[in-house]
Design a protein around this ligand. Structure first.
Ligand code: SF4
Ligand code: SF4
Ligand code: SF4
Length: 686
C-alpha cells in the first residue's frame, strides 16, 4: 500500500545553481543563456551543472595564488630614498620656551620652502623634526613638530654643529620589507593555512598550548555545519588544483581501474587518527599530509624557484636538498592519485577533508532526493566526491554540497535543504543495492584500519623522537631559527612545515632543513647565513606564520630578538690569523645598525724598547655578545667575499651559532624588556 505523502514543512533551502543551466522541453532559441550554457558545457559538464561553485573555487584559487606569489614576494620593497640634505648651518637664535629657532648659512636656504618638514641633525644624529615657517634671506625659521623634551633642548644648546637639515630621518631603523608586506597584506597571507582545521588542531595538541588560529578553524567548521564539507567543495586550493589536473589529463589518459569500494575509501580517517595520535605523542606530522601545507610547500619548492629565476636571477635560486625532493614527490604524488580516479586524494586520503567529514555529522543542511527521481543515474556519474549511493541517497559524510548533482537532475528531484526538512522522499534501497550500513567485512576493515592508524601514529611519534633533534645533547645539531621563534621543543611541535615563512623571506635567508635533526626537523625553516643574512628592515616570517611557531613581532622587537651569536674563528679570520687586513664583517654590522662588532689591535710588532712599531699588526673583529642578534649578515659577507670571490677561505671565519645561551627563544613576553633587564644587570654595582 502506498504511504500517504508527507506534509511539506517550511525550512531553509540552499539551492544556488543558476536558472540558465536547466534544460527546457521547449524548442531551444538562441539566447545569451543558451550560448553561456554551450560554452560551459564545452569547458566541462561540472562547469555547466554547478557554475556557482566553479566561480567560488576560481576566486579562492586566484586569491590563494595572489597571497602566495604576490603578497609573499618581498622584492616589491624598495629602501626609502635618502632625500635631500642641506649642511653647514649654525644656530642663530633659539627660544627654549617655544622650541623655535633660526638657522643661518652662507649658501642660504636654497631648495627650501616654508611649509616643508625637515630633521635637524647634529653629527649624524637627528635631534627632532621641525616645520619650516619662514625663509628670510640666508636664514630659515623653524618650529618643532612636537614640544621639545629636556634632552632635545640640551642637544640644541650644547650641540657642536655645524647642523644639517635632512628630508628623511638619518639612522632610522629601516622598515621597507615590513612596510611592503603590511601594504600588500589586505588579506592575511596565511589565510588559507589558518582555516585548515587540521593545522590548528594538531598544532595545539602537539604543543599542548592554545593556538590563536583555532578560532579561524572553529569559524570555518561552523560554516561547514551549514554547508557540509564546503571547504573541500568550494575553498580548498589543493582541491581546485587537483580538479585542474584531472581536467587537464581528462580523457587523454586512461586511468587505472579502481573498484568503487574497498579498504582505501576510509584511508583519510585512518590518516587523521594517525596524525592526532602522533600529535598527542608530541610529534607534528600534519604538515606532511594536511591539505594546505601540502600545496604551499609544493608551490614553494616548485613555483618559488621558477618565480625567482624568471623575475630575478637564476643564480639567486638556492640549491635543493633531499628534503626538497621528498616534499616535491609527495606533492606530485597527491596530483598523480588522479590517475586512479578524479579527486582520489580528496575522496579517500586527505586528513583535512576527514575533519570536515566528521563535522558533517553535525550538519544542519543536507542533500535530499524527492520521490520524483527516475533512477537515471546521472547524479551518481557526475558526483565529484562519490557521495551518492547506488540508490541515489546521500553519503552524508562525503557530500560537499557542491550541488553538481542538482544541476544535472532532469526531474529537479534533488534539493539542498535543512536536515529536518520534511518532503516526499525517495524510498531508501530503491533500486535495491544490497548495501548494509556496515557489513562484517566493513566492520573488520574499520577495526583493522583504525588499529593501523593508532599504531602508525604511535610508531611515527616514537621513531621521530628516538632519531630526532636530541635537544638535551649539547653536541647535537642546533639550527639557527628565524627571529622570534618560540623555544626549540615548542617550535618543532608548532611548525607545520608550510613554508610560508620561506616564501616571504627576502633573499632566501630561510631555507628548509633536511634530515639534520632526523624527521623531527624536516622542512622546518633555518637561517642559512652563508647564503644571506636576516634583513634589518624585515619581520615578515613572523607575520605570515600561521601557527605562531615564529612570533609576529613588531620590527622594534624583532630587531633585538637574538637568533644566535656570531663567533669569530681566530684561526681562519684574516686579521686574527695575521694574513691580511679585513673589516668586512664590522662594516656590514655597522651598516645594518647593530654595531655589535668592534676592533682590537692584534699582531702588533714591538721594537727593542717594547714600543709598538707603527704600521704593523691588524685591526681584528671582536663580537659584543650583548649587541649581536645573530642576523648572519657578517657571515654572508665574509663567505661571499673571502670565500667565494677571493678564494681565501673555505668557509666564513665568522659563523652564527645557536643553542643554549646564544639565542632568545621566548614563548611570550618582550625582547626589548629582556634586553633592558640584561643591560641593568650588567651595569657595574647592580
Ligand atoms: S579533501 Fe582535502 S585537498 Fe580535497 S578539497 Fe578537501 S581539504 Fe582540500
Ligand atoms: S628571517 Fe629575517 S629576513 Fe627572513 S623573513 Fe624573517 S625577519 Fe625577514
Ligand atoms: S615556521 Fe614557517 S614553515 Fe613553520 S609553520 Fe611557521 S611559517 Fe610555516
Amino acid at each position: 500500500m502506498n504511504e500517504p505523502p508527507q506534509r511539506k514543512r517550511s525550512g531553509f533551502r540552499l539551492d544556488h545553481f543558476l536558472p540558465f543551466q536547466r534544460t527546457s522541453s521547449k524548442p531551444q532559441q538562441k539566447t545569451v543563456a543558451t550560448s553561456v550554457r554551450k560554452l560551459l558545457r564545452r569547458i566541462g559538464p561540472t562547469m555547466l551543472s554547478s557554475p556557482v561553485r566553479r566561480v567560488v573555487q576560481t576566486f579562492c584559487f586566484l586569491l590563494f595564488a595572489w597571497l602566495f606569489f604576490y603578497v609573499c614576494w618581498p622584492y616589491h620593497a624598495k629602501p626609502q630614498a635618502v632625500g635631500s640634505i642641506q649642511e653647514g648651518w649654525r644656530i642663530a637664535e633659539f627660544d627654549q620656551n617655544s622650541g623655535g629657532l633660526s638657522l643661518e648659512r652662507e649658501d642660504g636656504a636654497k631648495d627650501l620652502h616654508a611649509g616643508q618638514k625637515r630633521f635637524l641633525v647634529d653629527q649624524g644624529a637627528a635631534v627632532g623634526r621641525f616645520n619650516i615657517t619662514a625663509i628670510e634671506g640666508k636664514r630659515v625659521r623653524l618650529m618643532p613638530d612636537a614640544p621639545l623634551s629636556a634632552k632635545q633642548i640640551d642637544q640644541m644648546l650644547f650641540g657642536a654643529g655645524p647642523w644639517a637639515l635632512h628630508e628623511t630621518e638619518p639612522g632610522k631603523w629601516p622598515s621597507h620589507y615590513t612596510d611592503d608586506l603590511a601594504r600588500k597584506e589586505i588579506v592575511p597571507a596565511e589565510t588559507f593555512l589558518i582555516i585548515d582545521p587540521l593545522v590548528s588542531l594538531s598544532t595545539a595538541i602537539a604543543a599542548r598550548s592554545w593556538v590563536w588560529s583555532l578560532v579561524c578553524a572553529g569559524i570555518i567548521l561552523a560554516v561547514c555545519v551549514l554547508i557540509p564539507r564546503g571547504f573541500c567543495g568550494y575553498l580548498c586550493p589543493l582541491g581546485t588544483l587537483i580538479d585542474l589536473f584531472d581536467w587537464a589529463i581528462g580523457r587523454r589518459v586512461t586511468r587505472f581501474r579502481v573498484a568503487k569500494d574497498g579498504w582505501w575509501v576510509h584511508i583519510k580517517y585512518y590518516l587523521l587518527l594517525a596524525v592526532l595520535i602522533a600529535a598527542f605523542g608530541g610529534v607534528l606530522i600534519s604538515g606532511y599530509v594536511a591539505a594546505i601545507p601540502v600545496i604551499t610547500r609544493g608551490l614553494l619548492f616548485i613555483g618559488e624557484p621558477l618565480q625567482s629565476g624568471f623575475a630575478r636571477e637564476w643564480h639567486l635560486v638556492p640549491s635543493m636538498n633531499a628534503g626538497h625532493v621528498v616534499s616535491i614527490l609527495l606533492f606530485l604524488g597527491v596530483l598523480a592519485l588522479g590517475l586512479l580516479k578524479p579527486r582520489f586524494w580528496c575522496k579517500y586520503v586527505c586528513p583535512s577533508g576527514a575533519v570536515f567529514s566528521v563535522a558533517n555529522l553535525f550538519r544542519v543542511s543536507e542533500r535530499k532526493v524527492e520521490s520524483s527521481c527516475i533512477n537515471c543515474n546521472k547524479c551518481v556519474t557526475i558526483c565529484p566526491f562519490d557521495a551518492i549511493k547506488p540508490d541515489f541517497t546521500t553519503r552524508v559524510t562525503d557530500c560537499t554540497l557542491c550541488q553538481t548533482c542538482g544541476g544535472v537532475c532532469p526531474t529537479h528531484s534533488i534539493k539542498f535543504v535543512d536536515r529536518w526538512h520534511v518532503m516526499d522522499l525517495k524510498a531508501v534501497n530503491d533500486p535495491p543495492t544490497g548495501e548494509t550500513a556496515l557489513g562484517r567485512r566493513g566492520f573488520m576493515s574499520l577495526i583493522t584500519g583504525s588499529g593501523i592508524g593508532v599504531a602508525g601514529g604511535g610508531a611515527i611519534a616514537a621513531t621521530t623522537k628516538l632519531w630526532g633533534a636530541n635537544l638535551d645533547d649539547p653536541n647535537a645539531f642546533h639550527p639557527v631559527r628565524p627571529p622570534g621563534s618560540v623555544p626549540e621543543p615548542a617550535f618543532l611541535d608548532m611548525c607545520i612545515r608550510c613554508g610560508e615563512c620561506f616564501k616571504a623571506c627576502p633573499n632566501n635567508v630561510l631555507q628548509a632543513e633536511g634530515f639534520e635533526q632526523g624527521l623531527e626537523g624536516l622542512w622546518a625553516p633555518m637561517v642559512k647565513a652563508d647564503w644571506a643574512g636576516c634583513e634589518s628592515s624585515c619581520n615578515a616570517c613572523g607575520q605570515v606564520c600561521p601557527t605562531g611557531a615564529i612570533r609576529a613581532l613588531p620590527l622594534a622587537e624583532k630587531k633585538v630578538a637574538r637568533m644566535g651569536l656570531a663567533i669569530v674563528d681566530q684561526h681562519a679570520c684574516l686579521p686574527h690569523a695575521n694574513r691580511e687586513a679585513c673589516q668586512l664583517c664590522v662594516d656590514e654590522c655597522h651598516a645594518a645598525g647593530y654595531h655589535a662588532i668592534e676592533f682590537v689591535q692584534v699582531h702588533t710588532e714591538v721594537d727593542a724598547a717594547g714600543q709598538p712599531i707603527e704600521g704593523t699588526g691588524h685591526l681584528a673583529p671582536v663580537v659584543l655578545t650583548d649587541k649581536c642578534v645573530g642576523c648572519g649578515i657578517c657571515q654572508t659577507r665574509c663567505y661571499g667575499i673571502n670565500g667565494l670571490e677571493k678564494n681565501l677561505l673555505k668557509q666564513s671565519a665568522i659563523i652564527i651559532k645557536a643553542g643554549e645561551g646564544r639565542e632568545d627563544r621566548l614563548m611570550t613576553g618582550s625582547y626589548l624588556k629582556l634586553r633592558e633587564a640584561e643591560a641593568l644587570r650588567s651595569k657595574p654595582g647592580s
